[in-house]
Design a protein around this ligand. Structure first.
Ligand SMILES: C[S@@+](CC[C@H](N)C(=O)[O-])C[C@H]1O[C@@H](n2cnc3c(N)ncnc32)[C@H](O)[C@@H]1O
Length: 336
């Protein structure tokens, strides 16, 4: 194929700059490999005729060459294997499949395993997120038989077992939003800390973090993750947040309440733990036609314990179910 061998010869020192210029002008042939000899690199281009030729000449007065540019391996994706896009979430090296086609789960798992090289195990949920600890059971579909992994997020390595603790990679951006508001030396209370994705990120930024969780596995992983990431400044407390938060009355600059299905019951404890002007980050689930309905609940809880709240922010964190969203409401607590 004559077209398959078209390229230009460039002195090695200028290779990368010319490659970028070709890419920017849509002239670089991504289907073929770059090759090189001692002092030159050979860049494959889509055409050497007409306007393309003039454009290449404008980038640099380079020598067109006819050389055998080896074809890149075709990119294999789960979609190219299946003929449709599978739906899945990745935690570390494990994929959790939400089958798109009835009876498609096994095929989707095999396609994921062969196309996505970093995946080692493919699971399918065998239950909803349930119980006080918000955990799920899984069936194994393909790859290694395990539910534990190390997930990388916001520069942290988080070790966890998907069946023993709650974890969602879809909150990564939200965790960064909170981290940007927290300053070194500030005291933060993470009332429902899980394996520590909020707590460790904030401690890494220099905050002094009190991290509570009732699930003993979550606390074990949180401590292990603190060590894994060489993070100090986190105190992990196992038990009920409503009780343990009492120890920090009036101390917290920020209180994180990430227990969306039942956070409202913990509002008095969170508000008491907050210092004057401190901020509560409150997460809940809400229907799309009344996303921020919990402001009423928040104001009522404040009134009952004799404080005031000032709304600072409201936003959607992620979709949760059809027409239901996970939302966040940030407010400051005024005690005077
Ligand atoms: C939705 S998860 C959030 C975990 C973590 N913040 C994250 O982003 O991955 C809620 C956590 O609250 C914990 N939990 C539930 N009820 C609790 C309570 N009364 N006191 C303390 N922790 C509780 C669960 O074990 C679970 O780890």
């Amino acid at each position: 194929m004559a077209g398959s061998s078209r390229g230009i010869r460039v002195p090695r020192a200028r290779g990368e700059a010319v490659r970028k210029a070709l890419v920017e002008r849509g002239l670089f042939d991504r289907g073929r490999k770059i090759s090189s000899d001692g002092s030159f690199v050979y860049l494959p281009v889509l055409s050497l005729e007409g306007e393309a030729f003039s454009a290449i000449k404008m980038i640099s007065d380079l020598e067109p060459v006819e050389a055998p540019f080896e074809a890149e391996k075709p990119i294999v994706t789960p979609e190219s294997i299946l003929g449709y896009k599978p739906s899945y979430e990745v935690v570390g090296d494990i994929a959790i499949v939400e089958p798109v086609r009835p009876k498609g789960a096994q095929m989707e798992a095999e396609a994921l395993l062969s196309a996505e090289r970093h995946l080692r195990a493919i699971l399918i949920p065998a239950s909803d997120v349930e119980g006080e600890f918000r955990t799920r059971r899984f069936h194994h579909l393909a790859g290694e038989r395990r539910t534990s992994t190390i997930h990388r997020e916001n520069g942290l390595r988080l070790k966890l077992d998907l069946e023993k603790v709650y974890f969602s990679p879809r909150l990564a951006t939200e965790r960064l939003r909170i981290a940007e508001q927290v300053y070194p030396g500030q005291t933060v209370l993470d009332m429902f800390a899980g394996v520590g994705p909020f707590a460790l990120l904030l401690a890494k930024r220099g905050a002094r973090v009190m991290a509570i969780d009732k699930n003993p596995y979550a606390i074990c992983y949180l401590l292990e993750n603190a060590a894994l990431n060489k993070i100090q400044g986190v105190e992990a407390l196992e038990g009920d947040a409503a009780l343990l938060a009492q120890r920090f009355e009036g101390q917290a600059y920020h209180v994180i309440m990430n227990l969306p299905h039942s956070a409202s019951g913990f509002l008095p404890s969170a508000m008491r733990a907050t210092r004057e002007g401190g901020i509560v980050h409150y997460y809940t689930f809400a229907p799309e036609d009344d996303l921020y309905r919990d402001w009423d609940t928040i104001e009522k809880a404040a009134y009952e314990i004799g404080v005031r709240v000032e709304a600072l922010y409201q936003g959607i964190v992620r979709s949760y179910a059809p027409r239901v969203y996970n939302v966040v409401l940030d407010f400051s607590v005024v005690k005077r």
